[in-house]
Ligand binder design. Structure first.
Ligand code: DMJ
Length: 448
């Protein structure tokens, strides 16, 4: 599947950000700006390397060495640039030791720095790579920055400081953390909107799905990355999770545990596909918690719920969001929540649960997802997302997302690999599934 996705991209969209598999041309979405920056190459290269697809890896590596630069006249998302471009380059460096990746990673990191020049140190969402001018999304509550965006630079910037020797990157992310620690949190939770000028929260909307997700993930993963030395990160994670458990975690009448949202003063009984990553996170955070068995169980429970969201559809792929209302459990209720865009979070949780429990059902569930991807998402020109998981012949969205190569296919491959390939006590995955070596763990290159 990876070879087919990659070959299709190289055939029809080489150098572009993503592939349109039906139109067989380049797809350049707004988050990467208007230029062709090779997002699928940089996001996919570590997956190629891990899978031993050497020829393909070499082609991607050569393109990055000769054609990738991050200073054109375009505006990109700071978050996406960080997790996909910086994360991809850092991971390629970690796996191969090739200095070229490190130099490119430093150049991307430097380009993102102006985004942090705000009174609070909370970065803005968008940056113009040529001018360094920054702004926030027009739709975000009164000019606010987004929790998952400014909270998911943590891991990459600390690793970047470690390999470059330049303290600036780490300073920037520690400043974000300090700003957050000084703020009072409504109901003990972190709202998803924060104004970078005033340091005041925007709307009190809480979510472990869209706009909140990887902030929590990175508190845990920074602690892991530092060889469990960064106790502040762990403490912030534990506190946040305790409040999520008491305020957002719900049990449906049918016994499903799910992560609801809180909006406009009340609970919204909706769980995003994005929030399904949390099953894996809970299991990963079990070791070091006050009650490891409880968190492994919570991981199992979330995996079960997210699997149900797949299993209750005709295509056996899950919707973008599913609800628990009345008789409805684990199903999308609105047309605009029924799509599946090749996202990884559910198979990501299967991967972690397999590693921690060795329960064969996670491989079975992963296999079901593979068959469904092959049946409904494979087209002649690559893999596409679908617009409705509940119909037999769904319309296709004509986009092969770069995270399909970075994450979905990587987690599926690792689900069926031995634990010695990227062991979790030596490697920590960024939120785009790019593995970084845990400090002082003697992380070894999996393939030489
Ligand atoms: C990816 O870019 C990352 O996993 C991010 O954390 C959330 N969204 C996509 C995949 O769904």
């Amino acid at each position: 599947m990876m070879k087919f996705a990659w070959d299709s991209y190289t055939k029809y969209a080489w150098g572009g950000n993503e592939l349109r598999p039906i139109s067989k041309k380049i797809h350049n979405s707004g988050i990467f700006g208007s230029l062709s920056l090779g997002a699928s190459i940089i996001d996919g290269i570590d997956t190629l390397y891990i899978m031993g697809l050497q020829e393909e890896y070499k082609k991607g590596r050569d393109w990055i060495a000769t054609s990738f630069n991050f200073d054109g006249s375009t505006e990109v998302s700071v978050f996406e640039a960080n997790i996909r471009f910086l994360g991809g380059l850092l991971s390629a460096y970690a796996l191969t030791g090739d200095q070229m990746f490190k130099e490119k990673a430093i150049s991307v990191g430097n380009k993102l720095l102006p985004a942090f020049n705000t009174p609070t140190g909370i970065p803005q969402s968008m940056i113009n790579l040529k001018t360094g001018s920054t702004r926030n999304w027009g739709w975000a509550s009164g000019g606010c920055s987004i929790l998952a965006e400014f909270g998911s630079v943590h891991l990459e910037f600390i690793y970047l400081t470690n390999i470059s020797g330049n303290p600036i990157f780490e300073q920037k992310v520690l400043k974000i953390r300090e700003t957050l620690r000084q703020l009072e949190r409504p109901q003990g939770l972190y709202p998803i909107y924060l104004n970078p000028r005033t340091g005041k929260w925007g709307q009190h909307h809480f979510s472990v799905g869209a706009m909140g997700d990887s902030f929590y993930e990175y508190l845990l993963k920074v602690w892991l990355y530092t060889g469990k030395k960064d106790l502040i990160a762990r403490q912030m994670y534990d506190e946040a999770i305790t409040n999520i458990e008491s305020k957002l975690l719900q049990t449906s009448p049918g016994g499903f545990k799910y992560l609801a949202e809180y909006k406009s003063g009340r609970i919204d009984h909706k769980m995003d596909h994005l929030a399904c990553f949390a099953g894996g996170m809970f299991a990963l955070g079990a070791n070091g918690s006050s009650d490891p068995a409880k968190y492994i169980q919570l991981g199992e429970d979330i995996a079960t719920t997210c699997h149900a969201s797949y299993n209750r559809s005709v295509t056996k792929l899950g919707p973008e969001a599913f609800r628990f209302e009345g008789q409805t459990e684990a199903k999308a209720m609105r047309q605009n929540e029924k799509y599946y865009i090749l996202r990884p979070e559910v198979v990501e949780t299967y991967f972690y649960m397999w590693r921690f429990t060795k329960n064969k059902k996670y491989r079975d569930w992963g296999w079901e997802a593979i068959l469904a991807l092959e049946k409904y998402c494979r087209t002649e020109g690559g893999f596409t997302g679908i617009k409705d998981v509940y119909v037999q012949s769904p319309a296709q969205d004509d986009v092969q997302q770069s995270f399909f190569l970075a994450e979905t296919l990587k987690y599926l491959y690792l689900l069926f690999s031995d634990d010695s390939l990227l062991p979790l006590d030596m490697w920590v995955f960024n939120t785009e599934a790019h593995p970084f070596p845990i400090q002082n763990s003697n992380a070894v290159k999996p393939i030489s």
